[in-house]
Design a protein. Structure first.
Length: 275
């Protein structure tokens, strides 16, 4: 059981990671564990397991659930102490929770794209740490759904930070990839890093900077990156089509490269990404 006095429940004092599984193998696992360790340090929680032990737990879950394609969710909280105390004890004894979820990672969302809206970014200032303080993101998804969309692009001081639970990218009129530089304003996405690692030799030019909502609306392509959706084309924002209103050639190229890197038979599972 999990106690109702758990600090994750009472204060959202918790870190989490979501790792994709494809072909029964973990995708970008080392990056997820490195970020988990950094987040735990940032929120004053000890890491209860070594990277090797975390790997074993994840592989055991894959085997136990016969998981070939999907996600493993991991959460580490500040634990429970029988009282509601803001500061907590001198030393935390974390609660650890994991589960496996069967999900098609390369499917209709990747093929057809998503619709987005712009929304004010009301999140806390340390977005570079992957914590369970997700109320603003949850409300962003509800606002998107009410508007007939799938996600939201968060806007702060006239610049797009990221999407509701993913990093945001555009392709500008010059064909350059543009995504916001890393800072405390955005999460250092593991899929983002994976895409960056594939750019050498791709012929694509990357510019790491923030961009405005107007730039996003005027882009020839847009997409988001995350472990759950991997590379998801954004085909419209606030009802306005982005580019042709369909996933574009740069997005398709990156999907193809990423799927190949994780061991997918792209021609078989994503023929629409073959170009």
């Amino acid at each position: 059981m999990v106690s109702p006095f758990d600090r994750g429940f009472l204060f959202a004092h918790a870190a989490y990671e979501v790792t994709a599984v494809y072909g029964g193998r973990l995708v970008d696992f080392e990056g997820h564990m490195s970020r988990l360790d950094r987040t735990l340090g940032g929120i004053a929680l000890p890491n209860p397991l070594s990277a090797e032990a975390w790997g074993k737990v994840h592989r055991d879950l894959i085997e136990y659930n016969n998981l070939t394609e999907g996600l493993i969710y991991l959460q580490v909280t500040g634990g429970a102490y029988g009282m509601r105390d803001f500061a907590g004890p001198e030393e935390f004894e974390p609660t650890v929770f994991l589960y496996a979820d069967t999900k098609q990672l390369i499917g209709e969302t990747a093929r057809d794209g998503v619709r987005a809206i712009f929304l004010d970014d009301t999140r806390w200032k340390r977005r570079d740490m992957k914590t369970t303080q997700l109320l603003s993101q949850a409300l962003a998804y509800r606002a998107a759904r009410e508007a007939g969309a799938d996600t939201a692009l968060m806007v702060e001081e006239g610049r797009v930070t990221e999407a509701a639970s993913s990093n945001a990218w555009i392709v500008d009129s010059a064909g350059q990839l543009v995504t916001r530089e890393l800072s405390s304003s955005i999460l250092p996405g593991i899929t983002r890093a994976g895409v960056l690692s594939l750019l050498e030799g791709s012929g694509l030019t990357l510019v790491e900077r923030s961009f405005t909502p107007a730039e996003a609306l005027g882009a020839v392509e847009a997409f988001t990156t995350s472990a759950g959706a991997m590379i998801a084309p954004v085909i419209s924002i606030d009802g306005q089509s982005i580019g042709s209103g369909k996933p574009g050639p740069v997005t398709r190229q990156l999907q193809r490269l990423y799927y190949q890197a994780m061991g997918a038979d792209v021609a078989a599972v994503a023929p629409w990404a073959m170009g």
